[in-house]
Design a protein around this ligand. Structure first.
Ligand SMILES: Nc1ncnc2c1ncn2[C@@H]1O[C@H](COP(=O)(O)OP(=O)(O)OP(=O)(O)O)[C@@H](O)[C@H]1O
Length: 325
């Protein structure tokens, strides 16, 4: 049996003539926490539902702990906890009643229910609200109940679809902390359209756009992927011919890119982009060189890569950068 806890291969789903996802593939190791990140309509919910066994794929396979979700759906359901976008709560039940109810339909043995419901409530910090009727709970607490129902049968894999959507900032922090606390004992895959959320919680991020996986990487490496954003934007006038090679020779500088589109011919003003290694700060040397060579420096602005840049570069059809090499 493979050491991968989740294996997704060539997964596609079409709704009529709409291809929601196409040839999606990735794998997740035991204990990993993976972010499935993409803009609205990217295919996150479709993928989560197929993984959880709630939606048949058009083609491709998903294995959870070695079991095919389609052919061994009962084995798979025992091993996953699923929080859909809208948690399946019964508003008239108390938290405890609801979790007992769920534990029963999930097939937990009668003798184990009390302990497992209690554990789920402890882990989701629900003990103080165990007798509160669900309709009286805040959205943040309701989401905790949603997570408690996903973990009550102690599954090794948890699938969370947009777990912080619709919560206020304080509740978002609480739910994120709760998810992180679960990561030690579970393999978690969560979908989100919020990039900082993925980078804060996850070991790895899978970016999906228009139904296709665009990249899979750690948040740190994703950041490094867009070196072009690290550098300086410089507005200057004068003769660039001599200065460009000298700029390239400054330690730390990796490239100079002249933005011809923004150059203003008649005033001899140029927009220049100088990229540099993200660990270096050659701004002072760049400015000194420009001035020393007799050019006029109008503006020098530091630009740093952010995960947002990476995300937008990867998921926006028009390239963000207007700079042509
Ligand atoms: N039941 C359906 N019938 C037809 N098309 C659908 C259906 N469900 C989803 N789609 C389409 O499939 C694509 C992927 O949708 P999906 O809900 O999986 O994306 P998502 O990334 O979860 O987006 P969101 O965050 O907006 O829910 C979209 O183009 C969507 O319009």
């Amino acid at each position: 049996m493979s050491s991968k806890t989740i294996e997704v291969e060539h997964l596609s789903k079409a709704y009529g003539s709409t291809a929601a996802i196409e040839d999606v593939h990735f794998s997740v190791d035991a204990g990993e926490i993976i972010g499935f990140l993409g803009p609205n309509g990217a295919g996150k919910t479709t993928t989560m539902r197929i993984l959880a066994g709630y939606l048949p794929a058009t083609s491709g396979t998903v294995k959870i702990a070695g079991y095919d979700v389609h052919r061994h759906s009962m084995e798979v359901r025992r091993r996953i906890g699923y929080l859909p976008e809208v948690p399946p709560l019964y508003p008239d039940m108390s938290v405890k009643q609801y979790l007992y109810f769920v534990s029963k339909i999930k097939g937990i043995r009668a003798g184990d229910r009390r302990r497992q419901v209690y554990n789920a409530m402890v882990r989701c910090q629900l003990i103080e609200r165990e007798n509160t009727v669900i309709r009286q709970l805040s959205k943040g607490y309701r989401q905790r109940v949603g997570i408690a129902q996903a973990i009550v049968h102690e599954p090794p894999v948890i699938i969370l679809d947009e777990p912080t959507v619709g919560l206020d900032p304080r509740q978002i922090i609480e739910v994120r902390n709760l998810i992180k606390s679960l990561a030690r004992e579970h393999t978690i895959i969560l979908s989100t359209h919020i990039l900082p959320e993925a980078s804060m919680i996850c070991d790895r991020v899978i970016i999906i756009n228009q139904g296709k996986v665009v990249t899979t990487n750690t948040p740190q490496d994703l950041q490094g992927q867009l070196e072009i954003s690290s550098g300086y934007e410089i507005e200057l006038s004068g003769n660039l011919e001599i200065v460009l090679p000298l700029l390239k020779a400054i330690p730390g500088v990796t490239n100079t890119i002249l933005d011809n589109n923004l150059s203003i011919e008649d005033t001899q003003r140029h927009m220049l982009r100088v990229t540099c290694k993200s660990t270096t700060e050659p701004g002072k040397d760049i400015a000194a060189l420009i001035v020393r060579q007799g050019l006029e420096l109008h503006e020098l602005r530091r630009t740093r890569p952010s995960l947002e840049d990476v995300f937008l570069e990867l998921t926006t059809e028009e390239p963000l950068s207007v700079y042509n090499q």
